[in-house]
Design a protein around this ligand. Structure first.
Ligand code: ASP
Length: 328
C-alpha cells in the first residue's frame, strides 16, 4: 500500500459550528485525526499538523513554512505522495505556490471543505478520502500540485474559488477540471501544463495587488510605492486596459524599476496588447508592463513574490509569466 502523508493547516475542514450561535470556529489542531480509519482501504496514512489557521490568516510566509515541511517529507523514499488540508479562502494561492516551488514528481494534493465537521452535508470527509485516493494514484505523478474537491481534480495553476458557500466552488474557468474521482478510480482526462518552476525561498514581501474599476486613479499605486512596494500586480479591465487616471502611478513604478504585472479582472481569456488608446494594452506593453496570462490577480501576486528571487527585469520576468498553452 502507498504511504501518504496528510499535512493539516486548518480551515473549515478543521472547524465545527456552535449550535447555539451558529458561528463556525476552529477545533483543536488534531481534530482531523478521527478520519484516519476512512483511508484504510486506499493507503497507509500518517497525519501531521503544520498550523491550525483559518485561511485568511495564512500568509506567504506560512505557505513557505508548509512547503518546507512538504519538501522534506517528499524526499523520504517511503512516502508516495502528500495531501494538504487548507481553508478554502486562500487555498488556490497556497496550491499555486507549492506548484511553483516543489520539484518532486510525487503527487501533492490540496483539499478542504466548505461545510465544517458537524454541519449537515459536511464535505470534508469525502474530499479528504478523494484527496488521499488521488495522492496514492500513480496517474497523479508528475502533474504538479492538484486541488481535489467535490469529486473533481483541478490543476493548481487554473483553479479558483468561484462560490462563497457551494460545495462545487472550485472550478477552472478557462480549462475545466483535469480529472475526476469515480466510485472506483482516479481518472485524468486532460494533461496538466505545469507552472514555471521558481526558487524555493521565502516569498518576497510587499508585493501589492490593485484592482482597476471605472474611473479609478493612481492613489492606491502611489500609496503602495510610498509603502516600499517591491512589485505590483494590476487587475486590469478586459484584454488588459487601465483607466488613464492610473497611468501616472504605473509610470512612477516603472521609473523606479518596480516590476508591474498585468492580469485581467475577467475570469476568462487573455491579456494582450490589443488596444492603442491611452491606458490600452499596447501602451502598457511598450512601457514594459509584464502581461500574465492564465492567472488571476491573487496567483500572479504569489508568482511575482517567488519570481523576484530571479530578477526584477521585466524582460526576464515576462518569460515566467508566459501562458503555457496546450500545444504551445
Ligand atoms: N473561511 C474558511 C477558511 O478559508 C473557509 C473554508 O475553509 O472553507 O479558512
Amino acid at each position: 500500500m502507498e504511504k501518504i502523508m496528510i499535512l493539516t493547516t486548518g480551515g473549515t475542514i478543521a472547524m465545527a459550528e456552535d449550535e447555539q450561535t451558529g458561528s463556525v470556529q476552529p477545533l483543536e489542531a488534531d481534530s482531523l485525526r478521527s478520519s484516519l480509519p476512512l483511508f484504510d482501504t486506499y493507503a497507509q496514512v500518517e497525519m501531521e499538523h503544520v498550523v491550525n489557521l483559518p485561511s485568511p490568516h495564512i500568509t506567504p510566509a506560512t505557505m513557505y513554512q508548509i512547503s518546507l515541511r512538504l519538501a522534506e517529507l517528499l524526499q523520504l523514499p517511503e512516502i508516495s505522495g502528500a495531501v494538504i488540508t487548507h481553508g478554502t479562502d486562500t487555498l488556490e494561492e497556497t496550491a499555486y505556490y507549492l506548484d511553483m516551488v516543489i520539484s518532486s514528481r510525487k503527487p501533492v494534493v490540496v483539499t478542504g471543505a466548505m461545510r465544517s465537521q458537524n454541519e449537515l452535508g459536511s464535505d470534508g470527509p469525502l474530499n479528504l478520502v478523494n484527496a488521499v485516493r488521488t495522492a496514492a494514484s500513480p496517474a497523479a505523478r508528475s502533474r504538479g500540485t492538484l486541488v481535489v474537491f467535490n469529486d473533481e481534480i483541478h490543476a493548481a495553476r487554473w483553479v479558483t474559488k468561484t462560490h462563497t458557500s457551494n460545495v462545487a466552488t472550485f472550478r477552472s474557468p478557462a480549462n475545466g477540471p483535469v480529472g475526476t474521482l469515480t466510485k472506483k478510480g482516479v481518472v485524468f482526462q486532460h494533461p496538466v501544463h505545469r507552472s514555471p518552476s521558481l526558487p524555493h525561498l521565502p516569498p518576497v514581501e510587499d508585493v501589492y495587488l490593485i484592482k482597476a474599476a471605472a474611473g479609478t486613479d493612481d492613489r492606491l499605486i502611489q500609496c503602495a510605492l510610498h509603502a516600499g512596494c517591491k512589485g505590483l500586480v494590476l487587475e486590469a479591465m478586459g484584454q488588459g486596459n487601465l483607466p488613464p487616471g492610473m497611468l501616472p502611478g504605473v509610470k512612477a513604478a516603472l521609473k523606479r524599476k518596480i516590476p508591474v504585472v498585468l492580469v485581467s479582472r475577467c475570469y476568462n481569456g487573455f491579456v494582450e496588447d490589443t488596444y492603442g488608446y491611452e491606458g490600452g494594452g499596447k501602451q502598457l506593453k511598450e512601457w514594459g508592463v509584464i502581461f500574465a496570462n492564465g492567472l488571476n490577480g491573487q496567483k500572479a501576486r504569489i508568482q511575482l513574490m517567488a519570481a523576484l528571487h530571479i530578477s526584477r527585469d521585466p524582460a526576464v520576468l515576462q518569460q515566467y509569466f508566459h501562458e503555457f498553452l496546450p500545444g504551445a
